[in-house]
Structures are given as C-alpha cells and as structure tokens.
Design a binder for this molecule. Structure first.
Ligand code: PMV
Length: 315
C-alpha cells in the first residue's frame, strides 16, 4: 500500500518580526508543493529519499543521530511505527518544488505532507490531527516554532495569525500573480529574530511606534485583500517593507531587488526573517510576461506563483 499527500509552501504577506511581539501577521500558502509518498516495508528500516540524499536508518535509531534536515520526518515514521507496533519499516519519498532555507515554508510543508502520508499508512485522521502531528515533528528542529507556518500549509488560503491566539482564516481570494525573487542568500531566522530583539531593546519607543503602525497596516491589508485591490495591496507591501528596513532586517542586496521589483510591479517586500531569503512582488496576469522578461534581463532568480486555496491534499 502507498500513501501519498502534498502540502503547499507559504509566504508571510505582512507582519513578520512584529508578530513575535504580539502584532498580527498575515500568511498565505502558495501553489508550490511538497509531495510525500510512503509505503510500509518488511525490513525494520526508515528510508528517506529527499533532496538531502537517500538516507537509511534502523527503525530503532535514536532521533538525535539522524541528519537534522530529515529529523522531523524520521520522528513521524518512528512515532507511527511505535504507536501501531509495526514490525517492519517505512520508506518515504519527498518531492519538492520548494527550495530549502529561503523562508518559503519548505520545512513546514514537508512536515504537514509527511504527517498525512506516513500516518495514512495506518489510519485516516482529520486535518486538525495532522496539523498537531506536523507541529510536533517540526519542533524536533525548531523548538520555538509558533505553528503558524504548519497551520497555513495545512489549511491553505490566507490566514491571520497572532501569537498565543487561534489563527483565523481571511475570507479573500485575491487574484494577483506573485513573483518570488530569491536573493540567493540563505538566512538564519534565529539570528534575525535576536537582531530585532536588540534593536527593540535599544530603541524601545521607536519599536513600539512601529508595532502600532504595523497593527494599523494589517487592518488595511485585510480590507485590501478582501476587496481584491492589488494596487492597494502593493502600496501596503511597500509600506511594510519600509518598517522592516527601519528595524534593520533588510540589507542593500534585498533593497536593490525590492526597488527594481517596485518599478515593475504593484509592490514588493521581503518575506520572512530577512537578512537574505526571498522578496515577494505582486502583479496582474496581463503584465506578468513583460515583468518576468525584465527580471530575466536583470538576471534575477525568481518563480512565479499563485496563492493556494487547497492546503493539504491527501491522494
Ligand atoms: O523566514 P521564516 O519563514 O522563518 O519566517 C520568520 C518569521 C519571523 O516573524 C521573523 C519569526 C517568527 O517566528 O514569526
């Protein structure tokens, strides 16, 4: 028996970093997926075939001895083997359309798809349970994860997220086209979060003001998304980018890309922790070809994408 599931990647549309201090953030899933196919094997092995190579472990292997990039997946396999007293092993294949380490949710998406695929070998579970499993798995490598990324990868669409509160789905289906530009620098979320904490500690009043501004911006963003008003969403993205520049998570390379993209699209901003990673830009269908041609000429690395409204798909 084969069990197959896929989950989308994600972007942070608005509110990264400020969300750490209680401001709301808006996340959306994108139509670039990770697909996980699992099957039971007679041999007591956990075999994981992914872009990190073909890894082969004994089913009893200690989770800490497993390559960090695939620890969450091995954790899920071991959990199911133990829960169902399965005497054999599990073979898992991960196919990804998402590059790792650039803030597009590759880790969360693989946790969600793996949770559904691996648990699906033994039982059917509702999406809420899959999400819980996926967050547990992701905590093996990101103990501080808020769970926001796994949530949006499970349910799809656009969500509003606030720390220590339940997420809320934003009922909007904006039809803009996304261009995701890769700055070609891998970023460290932990490092950038610590850098912002330092900024906040040395500039408490300025930081508080920016949190207030971000809170207002999020409300405007929700309205613009509901109204499918791409020009306005673009303006709000530019405004959000300026706050991210003020707290020091942008850099010259990111700013150059943002400026170039702004001159061609409705608006752009970095997405995620900053310091590297990706920039998102929005445009409409008619202009997409001309815009991507200009990105090609400027030799930028980019993907075009749309928002995803399916979330987890179990085949
Ligand atoms: O770059 P990512 O996808 O890891 O996003 C980090 C988002 C932050 O707001 C900077 C941190 C967080 O935990 O919310």
């Amino acid at each position: 028996m084969i069990s197959k599931a896929s989950a989308p990647g994600k972007i942070i549309l608005f509110g990264e970093h400020f969300v750490v201090y209680g401001v709301k953030a808006i996340l959306a899933s994108v139509d670039k997926r990770i697909t996980v196919t699992s099957k039971k094997t007679d041999e007591k092995k956990i075999i994981i075939d992914s872009l990190f190579g073909n890894q082969n472990y004994s089913s009893d292997a200690d989770i800490e001895s497993i390559k960090p990039e695939i620890q969450p997946i091995a954790y899920l396999a071991k959990k199911m083997i133990n829960k169902f007293d399965w005497t054999g092993g599990i073979q898992i294949k991960i196919d990804s359309q998402l590059p790792p380490g650039v803030g597009l949710g590759s880790s969360s998406s693989s946790c969600v798809a793996s949770a559904a695929s691996i648990s699906g070998l033994f039982e059917e579970r509702p999406r809420e349970d899959i999400l819980e499993l996926a967050i547990d798995a992701e905590r093996t490598i990101f103990p501080q994860t808020s769970g926001a990324d796994c949530t949006v990868c499970t349910f799809g669409g656009i969500i509003e997220y606030q720390k220590d509160k339940d997420y809320e789905k934003i009922n909007a289906k904006p039809d803009f086209e996304l261009v995701i530009l890769n700055s070609d620098t891998i970023h460290s979320t932990d490092k950038m979060v610590s850098q912002v904490r330092e900024f906040k500690n040395t500039n408490p009043e300025m930081f508080l003001k920016l949190c207030e501004k971000e809170t207002n911006l999020i409300e405007k963003a929700k309205q613009a998304l509901r109204n499918n008003d791409s020009a306005n969403i673009g303006r709000i993205m530019k405004e959000n980018q300026s706050y991210l520049e003020e707290i020091g998570v942008s850099n010259q390379n990111l700013q150059n890309i943002v400026e170039f993209a702004n001159s061609k699209t409705f608006g752009s901003k970095l997405t995620g922790a900053g310091g590297g990673g990706c920039i998102i830009s929005i445009t409409n269908k008619n202009d997409l070809k001309t815009i991507t041609e200009s990105f090609d000429r400027a030799k930028y690395k980019y993907w075009t994408a749309k928002l995803d409204f399916d979330g987890l798909i179990v085949e």
